[in-house]
Design a protein around this ligand. Structure first.
Ligand code: SF4
Ligand code: FES
Length: 253
């Protein structure tokens, strides 16, 4: 098994303990090891209707080791695999590059912070659209209030497409996540989203090679991404719906 310390780790991220990892199987589900908590994460809007916070919903049992999570989009028992991938029409092939995300990112320079942006990883969750869009906000953020708004939007980007730096300290702002997985639901556009893998859980491709370890990663679960195993936002255009009822809790972050 690959040791986490031998793998590239994105700046600002930290590897989860090695018992946590996800194996992408060649033509079936994700095998999730280490029993990380698995909960619905429901995207909730602010007053202007932009994505703003997550609310925890249904909790799923992950006491088996490994747990098999559907990645073809066809299971009748989502988020778990029920074997439907064997007869489904989908292409399981991984197409994502192993290039570190930040190497392929564009930097947007502001007076106090820099925003790195790698569009390929966008999960279309739209936290970046609020209050005039993050790409504009970062270019004028000077006061603590303006900086907090940019930090809020970048930190809620589930895929880690957006990574934010403080210029003075040269430190990355990353939300401190425990190893855990979210099942994203996006009722604002009536779709179900990707698996949101948090806290530096290692993801091993079907060929045995692991991807860069990152604090925030979104994995395709509709089966249609063109950047597999990662989400590229296609679930929105194909109206992916996992059929799991939304059970909203009270917890926001
Ligand atoms: S994944 Fe990140 S960049 Fe893409 S829409 Fe969501 S918040 Fe914006
Ligand atoms: S991956 Fe097995 S049913 Fe979807």
């Amino acid at each position: 098994m690959t040791k986490n310390e031998e793998l590239p780790i994105e700046e600002g991220s930290k590897a989860a303990p090695e018992r946590f990892y996800i194996k992408v199987t060649p033509d079936g589900p994700y095998f999730v090891y280490g029993n990380p908590p698995l909960d619905q994460e429901i995207i909730m809007p602010n007053e202007e209707g932009s994505s703003w916070v997550y609310q925890k919903g249904k909790h799923f049992d992950t006491s088996e080791n490994p747990v098999h999570l559907c990645r073809c989009g066809h299971s009748k028992h989502k988020p778990f695999c029920d074997g439907s991938h064997k007869h489904a029409d989908w292409d399981p092939k991984e197409t994502a590059s192993h290039q570190p995300l930040l190497e392929g990112a564009e930097d947007i320079d502001g007076p106090t912070m820099v925003l790195a942006d790698n569009e390929k990883y966008c999960a279309f969750a739209r936290f970046c659209d609020a209050c005039g869009r993050i790409w504009n906000l970062v270019q004028k953020a000077e006061t603590e209030e303006e900086r907090e708004l940019v930090r809020h939007e970048a930190g809620h980007c589930p895929s880690g497409r957006l990574v934010l730096w403080d210029k003075q300290t040269a430190k990355v702002f990353e939300p401190p996540f425990e190893p855990s997985i979210g099942v994203i639901e996006d009722p604002g556009i009536k779709v179900s989203g990707p698996l949101w893998v948090r806290g530096g859980i290692r993801i091993e491709g079907a060929d045995g090679r692991s991807y860069e370890i990152r604090n925030r990663v979104t994995l395709c679960r509709c089966g249609q991404s063109s950047n597999k195993p990662f989400c590229d936002g296609t679930h929105a255009s194909m109206h992916f719906n996992d059929g799991i009822p939304l059970e909203k809790g009270n917890e926001e972050w």
